[in-house]
Design a protein around this ligand. Structure first.
Ligand code: ADP
Ligand code: MG
Length: 370
């Protein structure tokens, strides 16, 4: 697909915004679809269709106006993606999306394909919880099977004393849940892989990810893990991409344990832990996604400098903007332009900090965002 043609993006969040910035740089036109007018992506795109993600008519409009359509997050209506797949060029396809949209399906498919995941049990009714917890043992973690993100819809069950709170969460929810054994990890990391229709692949440097309250707080690159673990993360991500016939981008989150890597979850799209690639790699995850889908050859994913990426949540945005003189040298400030409600945990932007001494930046961030 040639520059000058239009890329349609299902979703208008920060991921779409960064895809659009790279697409515009490469000479493509961009239209996004998102229910929020003037969305983060809409501000950068040539146009935005304001509509819900399950609005098939609006999605068809997007398809008619675009030479190619892509999705930028998972919670797009799968039926809409299936419909578009039939009517326009949507190289990412619906298959891997439908797997990643549902934790239970995702874990079952990963296990079936031979990848290591945390022991888990699917729960449809509150009466199944006690038995499942007994079988897995404590501590375990209850997660919504569909629609949860950034720790939303998750509850850690440390012992039988927490069961009643968990039962309350499930009771009458009419949702499916997954109970998962807690993995005593030494750290977390992720691997992001791009794959095109010819089966060619490109893997990014592996970030080490530190979460606070289940939300990504920072990513440190290179990861402070054994080189064999880093290699295993890259190889596992490549194998999963192949097993699920990925076209586009896939992020694989891992728990690093003394016994090796455990796959936590998948995201078939650009990933927060890959935001460092925007400033610190020769080619960003966003550009590589466009290359994968538009049929351009991949470019180098080489890391140009050690780097730390720190998320800016709603509760910290004012402080960051007020105190820019306290940010470390070589800090790149990314603000997503989100309108409306600014809840404490909403991701509003991020910092990318080039440094020869990542540990110093980690200490600085711990203090600045304490
Ligand atoms: P989300 O979709 O919100 O990212 P995750 O399943 O990745 O949900 O959980 C967020 C974070 O919570 C993980 O990165 C990890 O820090 C912690 N966590 C989740 N599941 C487990 C588990 N089974 N064992 C240990 N920690 C977990
Ligand atoms: Mg996660």
């Amino acid at each position: 697909m040639l520059p000058g043609e239009t890329i349609g993006i299902l979703g208008g969040g920060q991921l779409g915004r960064m895809i659009a910035i790279e697409a515009k740089k490469m000479g493509y036109l961009v239209i996004c679809l998102d229910p929020t007018p003037d969305s983060p992506c809409g501000q950068v795109a040539d146009d935005q269709i304001v509509a819900r993600f399950d609005d098939a008519e609006a999605a068809m409009q997007l398809a008619e106006r675009s030479a190619l359509v892509l999705y930028e997050f998972e919670n797009i209506d799968a039926a809409v993606v299936e419909l578009l797949e039939k009517h326009c060029r949507l190289p990412q396809k619906s298959h891997i999306l439908s797997i990643a949209q549902d934790r239970l399906t995702e874990k079952s498919e990963l296990k079936r394909a031979g990848f290591s995941v945390a022991p888990f049990i699917g729960i449809r009714h509150d009466s199944e919880l006690i038995l499942a917890a007994k079988e897995l043992g404590y501590p375990c973690i209850l997660k919504l099977s569909r629609g949860g993100y950034d720790g939303k819809g998750q509850l850690v069950i440390r012992g039988s004393g927490d069961i009643s709170a968990a039962l309350k969460q499930i009771y009458n929810s009419e949702q499916n849940w997954v109970l998962e054994k807690m993995i005593p990890f030494t750290s977390e990391c992720s691997a992001i892989v791009a794959r095109n229709t010819a089966g060619e692949t490109a893997v990014f440097p592996v970030p080490e990810n530190i979460h606070r309250d289940n939300i990504l707080f920072m990513s440190i690159v290179p990861a402070r893990i054994a080189p064999e673990m880093e290699q295993a993360a890259r190889e596992t991500a490549l194998k999963i991409a192949q097993a699920f016939d990925l076209v586009g981008l896939l992020a694989v989150e891992f728990f690093v344990t003394a016994e090796g890597l455990v796959v936590n979850e998948l995201a078939p799209r650009p990933h927060n832990s890959g935001h460092f690639t925007f400033d610190a790699c020769y080619t960003s995850q966003f550009e590589q996604l466009i290359r994968a889908l538009c049929g351009l050859p991949f470019a180098s994913t080489e890391l140009m400098t050690p780097v730390v990426m720190v998320n800016i949540l709603g509760k910290d945005l004012d402080k960051v903007l007020r105190e820019t003189d306290r940010l470390p040298p070589d800090t790149k400030l990314h603000i997503y332009g989100k309108r409306g409600e600014r809840s404490a945990k909403r991701k509003m932007g991020h910092l990318t900090i080039k440094t020869a001494f990542p540990q110093e930046i980690v200490s600085w961030a711990d203090q600045f965002f304490s």
